[in-house]
Ligand binder design. Sequence first.
Ligand SMILES: [Zn+2]
Length: 329
Amino acid sequence: MSIASLLSGLAVAAALTAAPALAAPRVVSDIAPIHSIVAAVMGDLGAPDLLVPPGTPEHDAALRPSDAAALDAADVVVWVGPGLTPWLEGPLDALAPGAVRVTLLDAPGLRLLPRRSGGTFEAHVHGHEDEHDAQGHDAHGHDEHGHDEHGHEDEAGADPHVWLDPENAAVIATTVAEALAAADPANAAEYRANAAAFGAETAALTARLATGLAAAQGRTFVVFHDAYRYFEHRFGFAAAGAISANDAAPPSAARIAEIRALVVDAGAICVFSEPQFDQGLVATVIEGTPARAGVLDPLGVGVEPGPGLYPALLARLAGGMIGCLAPPA
Ligand SMILES: [Zn+2]
């Protein structure tokens, strides 16, 4: 063998070894806001799949055949947890057995707030009101029993809509970046840099939104389902009540009458519906009251999924609250 052919053989071997950088892990996420944060963390390295498209009520949905294929091929699955999407737990167990599962409700540093109970927040929680009343729980108390309307006891009653606190979104980005860094160490620095950039941009947006929302502070409102506690907490609001915490079951006529009484008694300015639910319900609730109808959307309905969805979602929530609670004169 000549030196020349040996060298050319080595060159071929070197070319075969110097394969292009390994592809980014295949990532599947649950709802559009989480998908958006994951997409921001992945940046140019790849794009996650989305299981629950905007417009689907998050607590009660079913897997599509294309989702099963995505889950089957997943390296990393990012989901909020069983407190938000109990229906997803079985499919995740069955279809992504080899994938790293990131359950965000367990993420270190995430701010968890207990589910609201008491007053009109508790009438729709199935069956446990009496014992909880007897123990003196209130709307702001910590609920040791962890009951919730979705049938899980293991998240100690944490409200699962954690992404609506922008500081939690930054924690989610960091958590996802660490999971991706572990799965794909070659790109660890890029995941971490993307998460840091997401956190900085979200903090800047939060400051701008807080300025606008100041005009609406102290105004009373009722929400469709009790999804906004984290957003309210971050920006200094508190809903007077929720029409339905159980997305799967429409409220009864008695419940609507109760909410209408609340709207009048509390002097609510706004009753907020959600794009994925029956708009007529809110119209029925506000009929004959001075309240206006507004829309709040916790999931990003009508926004293109991707890194831009999360900031758009926050901006739309703020805009929806300002527009209904403190419209420009
Ligand atoms: Zn919800």
